[in-house]
Each structure stands twice: as structure tokens, then as C-alpha cells.
Design a protein around this ligand. Structure first.
Ligand code: DAH
Length: 347
């Protein structure tokens, strides 16, 4: 074999290495076999470096050319290894994603649910239903007679001020509370009466974390012969235990409303700290949940009931505030904004 043949042989060897290496690189099914191929062909003791040791026997004038070919092969193989490594990595990523299961049922889009305030209203109504109360409704656009006068609130009372009330026309307004439903029901029906009237009330209040100019109320009214304060307290206690839990305590605080006499503010022991004092109950251990009292005989007179024969109790509560307490909602405004992310939690 003449030394002239050497470069031809080296070239052939390099070409064989290139072909075999490319086949091994492309055929590598994972990173491990790719690394094995790299070591076999490009490693320090690999086929390429062994072939290059043959350069020494190549005549000096032909060495540069042979060296160039050897470098090209090396670069080609290195590039191919990099490309194959990238391919294998992205294949591995994809195989971590669960395969598509075409038999799986589709995801249903959220179709809407019951608003948290409505949940609370329904629950209040369900509990009072057990005590014989039915639901009643009245108009949101009211006369000042039903909203104020029938309820023993003189029109020069501050509550009737333009400042507090949305007047639509002379003597016509958006009701400032649900109490006018009391007057409407009593004028329509003879006693006994036991009703709950949930609905919107409107006031010129700011729209901030604890106020909304339109908000829900639930009005309650019971009228019959012989209803006394004890029955009233028992009914409220029953509701509180059923709604907030049997260990919740109730407290009646003397108060004033023109349409009840005597009047009371009803507090329940704080359900967050159980009465020991926290931020929610402003360290008092108590949370006010409603205004209430024994129906003022003046209201019976206004609606045509005999105040000598009938007695009763009435109360009004704010279910939005109760929903905030129950669900830990810090800002009343989220109840009135159509934020699906928030509302979905109650679906
Ligand atoms: N109407 C009162 C208000 O909006 C709440 C209220 C208090 C209703 C006492 C009643 C009641 O029926 O007896 O502040």
C-alpha cells in the first residue's frame, strides 16, 4: 500500500464515520443513546479521533486538505447532535402532557348560580316558613304615605328628607325600606298575618365598602290576637339558632323606630370570635342583625286594624350584610358588580 493511498483511505474512513454517526444520531431514541453515539464517534478515544491519528501518515502537503475534511465531519456531527438533542427534549416535554382522551365528557361552561344575597334571603324565608310565615312583595316605587305616613313617620322626619330619599315625583319615591309592604299587606288582608317581604330599598347613600344606594332588605311582620314580646323573642331566637347555629346568643338592645313600640335592635354573638371580641364585631363580641319591635298601635290605626284587639311584631334586616358576615366578604360592592370570578364561587 503506497503512502499516496493514505489520504484517499482517510477520506473514505471519514466519510464512513460521517454516515454511520449521522445514522446513529438520527436513530437515537433518547438522550442516553444520543450521548453514547457522541462518545463513540466524537469522544476523546472515539472513531473520529482514532481516524485522525492516521493523519500522521499522510504526506505533509496533503495534510491540510485531509485536516479540513476531518474538521467538516466533526462540525457536521456536532451540529447534528445539538439538533437531535433539542428534538428529544421537546418530545420529552410533549410526552408529559396527558394524552387526549376523546371519551372524556366536555367541560361545561358556568351557566350562572344563585347570588349569595339571594341564598341568604331564601334561607331566611325558609326558616320563617317553619313558623308559618309566607312571602309577600310590594312595589319599589312607593307613595310617601306607605313609605312614611302609614308607618308613623311624619314627613318632616329626617328619614323623609330629600337628602336621604330618591323622590321621583310629588309624593312618589323609591322606597327607603321594605316596611311599607307591612302597610300594604295589612290593608289587603285581615289578621292573622305572618309575612316576610324581601326586596330592594333605596337611599341617597354613598357607594363605598359598607354602603350601597340600592340594597336588599327582608321585612317581617306578624299580627294576631295575643302576640306578646315573649312570642316575638322566641321567634327571633328560633331564627338566630337555625340560621347562625345553636350556640349563637341573642341580645335585644332598646332602640327607637316610629312604627314599633317598644323597639329593639337585635344583636347576635359574633360568629367569628364567638363573643370574645375581634375586628368583625369591633371588639364588642356582638353583631347587629336587625331592627325590630312590637308594632306601634298607630300603624294599626293607619291601616284599619283594631289596635285594641291585635298586637304584633315586626323586624327588618339587611341580607347583604349578613351574607358579608357569613362568607367573609369585606366590601359590599362585590355583591353588586358582575364579577363572574367572585360569583362562580356560589354556583
Ligand atoms: N325599616 C327599618 C330600616 O330600614 C328597619 C326596621 C326596623 C324594620 C324595625 C322593622 C322594624 O320592621 O320593626 O332601618
Amino acid at each position: 500500500m503506497s503512502s499516496k493511498d493514505e489520504p484517499v483511505n482517510l477520506r473514505e474512513t471519514l466519510e464512513t464515520i460521517r454516515k454511520d454517526a449521522l445514522a446513529a444520531i438520527d436513530g437515537a431514541a433518547d438522550a442516553e443513546s444520543l450521548e453514547k453515539a457522541r462518545v463513540r464517534f466524537l469522544g476523546r478515544k472515539g472513531l473520529l479521533s482514532r481516524a485522525l491519528s492516521g493523519l500522521r501518515s499522510v504526506p505533509p502537503e496533503e495534510r491540510p486538505e485531509a485536516g479540513k475534511v476531518a474538521n467538516e465531519v466533526k462540525e457536521t456531527l456536532e451540529t447534528s447532535i445539538r439538533i437531535r438533542a433539542d428534538q428529544l427534549a421537546s418530545l420529552a416535554d410533549r410526552s408529559e402532557v396527558a394524552p387526549v382522551d376523546l371519551t372524556m365528557p366536555g367541560r361545561r361552561p358556568w351557566r350562572g348560580g344563585v347570588h349569595p344575597v339571594s341564598i341568604v334571603i331564601d334561607e331566611i324565608c325558609d326558616i320563617f316558613k317553619e313558623l308559618g310565615f309566607t312571602r309577600a312583595a310590594g312595589p319599589e316605587v312607593e307613595t310617601d304615605w306607605h313609605n312614611f305616613t302609614a308607618l308613623n313617620i311624619p314627613l318632616d322626619h329626617p328619614a323623609a328628607d330629600m337628602h336621604d330619599t330618591f323622590y321621583l315625583d310629588e309624593g312618589v319615591l323609591l322606597r327607603t325600606h321594605t316596611s311599607p309592604v307591612q302597610a300594604r299587606v295589612m290593608m289587603e288582608h285581615d289578621p292573622p298575618v305572618r309575612i316576610l317581604a324581601p326586596g330592594m330599598a333605596f337611599r341617597r347613600d354613598p357607594y363605598d365598602a359598607s354602603h350601597a344606594p340600592a340594597f336588599e332588605q327582608v321585612e317581617g311582620l306578624a299580627v294576631d290576637e295575643g302576640i306578646d314580646f315573649i312570642e316575638f323573642r322566641a321567634a327571633i331566637d328560633y331564627f338566630v339558632h337555625r340560621f347562625f347555629g345553636a350556640s349563637t346568643r341573642t341580645r335585644f338592645r332598646p332602640s327607637y323606630f316610629p312604627f314599633t313600640e317598644p323597639s329593639a335592635e337585635v344583636d347576635v354573638s359574633c360568629m367569628i370570635c364567638e363573643g370574645s371580641g375581634c375586628a368583625v364585631c369591633k371588639r364588642t363580641g356582638w353583631i347587629e342583625i336587625m331592627g325590630s319591635g312590637m308594632v306601634n298601635p298607630a300603624v294599626f290605626e293607619a291601616v284599619g286594624y283594631d289596635p285594641e284587639r291585635y298586637t304584633g311584631y315586626a323586624f327588618g334586616m339587611g341580607p347583604a350584610r349578613i351574607a358579608m358576615l357569613r362568607y367573609g366578604i369585606p366590601d359590599i360592592r362585590v355583591l353588586y358588580e358582575a364579577d363572574v370570578g367572585f360569583l362562580e364561587q356560589f354556583a
